[in-house]
Design a protein around this ligand. Structure first.
Ligand SMILES: Nc1ncnc2c1ncn2[C@@H]1O[C@H](COP(=O)(O)OP(=O)(O)OP(=O)(O)O)[C@@H](O)[C@H]1O
Ligand SMILES: Nc1ccn([C@H]2C[C@H](O)[C@@H](COP(=O)(O)O)O2)c(=O)n1
Length: 226
């Protein structure tokens, strides 16, 4: 593959394995676009909550899945997420959205809508793109040039998250991560899963810089035709 050819990189894995941090750094280093697909599912969840949709009712969610306009910025140094023209970058990280996003993202109509957006964004990326999520390598972009599946122990992931959320209880954080992974892995449509041709990278004992170097090397090897 020549370096002028757009490269599509899929980075999947459970919560807290380092997908966002790694993807942003890799995209910035290689001059690629970046797409946080979790932010899109969080954004549509935020809209559902804000509009009083019953999160326990998949048919109510399905009926309005096409309504919100979701726009994702793809600059890895300043990723943006807007819903109906409102910047929701802060709101989508709140606990209320985090606790509801697995239920909303399990609804097939929501996935169909967001998957189409993701494919359009990837197709428009002139130099290529790093797309991170749960089903990128298996479903959204099965023809991606490089597929990575990040993992880490629940303890390491909880410690990372607790470092972010001041005063968070480590056990409660681990339990919440494991519960969300179980929901995301067991849904019927496009569950969290490693693609057969993805390279698994266990980040438990690696620094973020080591993970970034590993992924950059894999992309460069692919570009060099190795
Ligand atoms: N290899 C690493 N070593 C230590 N900390 C890390 C590593 N990778 C990421 N982190 C830290 O772990 C936290 C979670 O990382 P990040 O948000 O990138 O994970 P994620 O897989 O995108 O999570 P989610 O799916 O929940 O959005 C961040 O605070 C990040 O700085
Ligand atoms: N490709 C994706 C990306 C995300 N989701 C859902 C499931 C996650 O729990 C949630 C939030 O993702 P995060 O911001 O933590 O990466 O969004 C999905 O179903 N498919």
């Amino acid at each position: 593959m020549e370096s002028a050819t757009p490269v599509i990189v899929a980075i999947d894995g459970p919560s807290g394995t380092g997908k966002s941090s790694t993807s942003k750094a890799v995209a910035a280093q290689l001059g690629l676009s970046y797409l946080d697909t979790g932010a899109q599912y969080r954004a549509i969840t935020w809209w559902m909550v804000n509009n009083g949709i019953d999160i326990e009712d998949p048919s109510a969610i399905a009926a309005v899945a096409g309504k919100p306009e979701i726009v994702s910025g793809t600059d890895p140094k300043a990723p943006a997420i807007m819903v109906d023209g409102v910047d929701v970058a802060r709101q989508i990280r709140e606990q209320d959205v985090t606790s509801k996003v697995s239920a909303v993202s399990a609804v097939p109509e929501v996935r169909a809508r967001i998957t189409e957006l993701q494919r359009n964004i990837a197709a428009a990326a002139a130099k290529g793109i790093v797309v991170e999520g749960r089903d990128i390598g298996t479903t959204v972009l099965p023809g991606a040039d490089v597929k990575i599946f990040l993992t880490a122990s629940p303890e390491a992931r909880a410690a990372r998250r607790s470092g972010e959320l001041k005063n968070a209880d480590l056990d409660a954080t681990r339990e919440a991560l494991v519960k969300r992974d179980a929901a995301d892995s067991s849904r019927k449509v496009a569950p969290l899963a490693k693609a057969d041709d993805a390279i698994e990278v266990d980040t438990t004992e690696l620094t973020l810089q080591q993970v970034v170097e590993c992924v950059v090397t894999l992309i460069e090897e692919k570009r060099a035709g190795k």
